[in-house]
Design a protein around this ligand. Structure first.
Ligand code: SF4
Length: 436
């Protein structure tokens, strides 16, 4: 069990999937976006957002809506294809796509035939160089036809939204999926070539006991995923109205949440998984564990990754693009997104230019969260010394010259420690979720 210091976790902090975080985004012109695309030389990664799900879970904070009407899906896919054409035309000829990730929402809210047509559009429009494909999947709507499409494209990495196996927790979060469904999805994915399979799991759910969590973890481990991401449920109904259905009184308190994160860490690592960053786990031979072992672990909008590219191009409504000097988010509203794309315009909505300081602090925060250590120049040490002191005093971090290292007992405090270096944080703390 990790040592629990509630005072060090009292302030809500971001997950730092980017720095500056999305909370700092402001209006941005399409000209800035176009210039960044025009300067995207070398290896680039693509993220393609499908903002639809067959059934919406009560807890979900993603930009997604009910798949419902066919016509809505089709017009969205039309707009996405137009954006693909426009963005690919703006890229320089030496930009080579080495990764393509599909997320959402649930990419399998569209039909396998529509998915294959989308992949075809991407591979004909972009200059593709033996890419690594990955996809997020909703097991509730995952079919044998979909599995075949995955095999046909050659997707080796997939992530299943498992969350919990406890029936009463599933009911409380509006996501009913029996274990047999997950087992079947795992079998279909393995049979169709997926070699790196992730399970997303959650703690801190309504009426979830420690036993519930332990059972879900053990059931998950028995199905042999290559990776596990264990997230704490973030209850922010003032920001995500669909969470109002969840009874806030049924949620575990901060001490319980901390104990659950600790239980998950102990149980998963005791089965031979390596802890990656502060909330991911991977088998030692998985590319994520190998990236962590060789100091190549990174963080992007999808969490921990072994992707080395410094350029991630987001396609689809609300998708975020990351360039060394710019972060850009596409229009979130799918109606406006479709209108802009159909007019042949970039769907730029908000973003932020990354100053030299932002880039330096972003690297520092990323190093702390991925490698558990970072070099901190003296002037920065002085500016965070008051905040850092309680972590040093309690043996959660060490500072040796310029080297700041997070101890094994300090792992659950990683985000709070990283947040000390966030120059924007004093103004934006209210907008984030609990630090554990
Ligand atoms: S399936 Fe995933 S993206 Fe869709 S509503 Fe549920 S949690 Fe959100």
């Amino acid at each position: 069990m990790w040592p629990y210091y509630p005072d060090l976790l009292a302030t809500p902090v971001p997950r730092y999937t980017s720095y500056p975080t999305a909370a700092e985004f402001g209006p941005l012109s399409a000209t800035d976006h176009a210039q960044a695309l025009g300067g995207a030389h070398g290896n680039v990664s693509l993220y393609v957002h499908i903002p639809f799900c067959e059934k919406i879970c009560f807890y979900c904070g993603c930009n997604t809506g009910k798949a419902g009407k066919r016509q809505r899906l089709e017009s969205y896919l039309d707009a996405l294809c137009r954006e693909i054409d426009l963005v690919s035309d703006l890229l320089p000829s030496d930009a080579a796509v080495r990764r393509i990730a599909f997320g959402g929402g649930s990419p399998n809210a569209i039909s396998p035939a529509e998915f294959l047509a989308l992949v075809d559009r991407l591979t004909t429009q972009f200059s593709i160089d033996d890419p690594v494909f990955s996809i997020e999947l909703d097991p509730r709507t995952f079919t044998a036809e979909w599995a075949k499409a995955i095999g046909r494209v050659g997707i080796e990495r997939a992530s299943l939204g498992v969350q919990t196996f406890s029936p009463h927790c599933q009911e409380a979060i509006g996501r009913i999926q029996p274990e047999s469904l997950i087992e079947r999805s795992v079998g279909l994915l393995r049979d169709n070539g997926v070699s790196s399979l992730n399970f997303d799991l959650m703690y801190g759910l309504p009426d979830q006991s420690h036993e519930d969590l332990r059972d879900s973890l053990e059931q998950s481990l028995s199905l042999g995923p290559d990776r596990i991401a264990l997230f704490g449920y973030a209850h922010v109904p003032h920001l995500i109205p669909r969470q109002r259905v969840i009874d806030g009184n049924a949620l575990p308190g901060p001490a319980d949440r901390f104990a659950m994160a600790s239980l998950g860490h102990e149980l998963i690592t005791s089965h031979g998984y390596h802890a990656i960053g502060f909330d991911h786990f991977a088998k030692p031979d998985d590319p994520l564990a190998q990236a962590a072992a060789t100091g190549k672990l990174r963080r992007n909008f999808q969490g921990c990754t072994d992707d080395q590219s410094t350029i991630l191009i987001g396609l689809g409504s609300s998708a975020v693009s990351s360039f060394p000097k710019l972060l850009v988010q596409n229009e979130k509203n799918s109606g406006r997104y479709r209108m802009l794309a159909s007019q042949g315009r970039l769907t730029t909505s908000v973003g932020i230019t990354r100053s030299t300081d932002d880039q330096m602090l972003g690297r520092l925060i990323e190093n702390l969260l991925c490698a558990g250590r970072a070099d901190v120049p003296q002037f920065l040490q002085r500016s965070v010394s008051d905040g850092l002191e309680p972590f040093i005093d309690r043996g959660l971090v060490t500072l040796d010259g310029d080297r700041l290292s997070i101890c094994s007992t300090g792992v659950p405090y990683s985000r709070a420690i990283a947040a000390l270096f966030d120059a924007y944080r004093p103004q934006s703390a209210r907008r984030f979720s609990s630090a554990i």
